[in-house]
Design a protein around this ligand. Sequence first.
Ligand code: ZN
Length: 258
Amino acid sequence: SQKAHINVATWLEAVKAGDGIWFPAHAFTPHKGIYGNCCSGLLDALPEFPLAIEMGLSADRQMARSISELDGLVLFSNSDAHSLPNIAREYNLLEVSENSFLGLKNLLLQKEGRVVANYGLPPPIGKYHRTYCLVCEKVVEAPPPFLHCPSCGSSKVIRGVFDRLLSIADRKHNTEPDPLYIYQIPLRNLPGVGPKLIQRLLGEFGTELNILHHVSAEDLNRVAGQKVSSLILSSRQGKCAIKPGGGGVYGKVVDILS
Ligand SMILES: [Zn+2]
């Protein structure tokens, strides 16, 4: 089970007694995120500040930076991989003093090492990015934040990460790209890319990360055709048009070329 039925102070003591490390994961998600459903300030729910937070699929650095109490915390983007294909959907490029638990611990303590970059989904692809109305059964499209449905007025909603975050933010959300956050969209999330094409690309270029970040336009064109190639190139620049996700359903890359 993922559940520990103890209070957070007792749990924290146990982590410390074991010389462990801890930080909240998918901090903004509606069901199990600390900001998502516990508090609007970390100390309302925790006995002390964590050294880091993990942002979750539906948020990026720019979004996290709109909450000033997160200044100075290490920001991670982890896969939260419950299944093999999702590993490396998000990850961190770290500079560590040594490749070990101690190296990671020193990074968290900000003694030695740093996060060189976060790699992750554009937040709108995340399945809890926007608020979802359970009555209308649709994702709210009006500009955020909405913690109720703007169409029917119902408060029977699954709160969106973006909506929730903007409602507790104490800074304006900065939409400028952050050079430390590099977007990537998994191949299977791109329209027109099926298992056969993915196998062909992998056969030709080795790994998905190589395809997403490094293979030249010319080579992509040759193997995947112009349409898929331009989608991969736009996703590298964070320029794909995305219909935002919400309520547990992933956002979709809009097939602008079809
Ligand atoms: Zn509604």
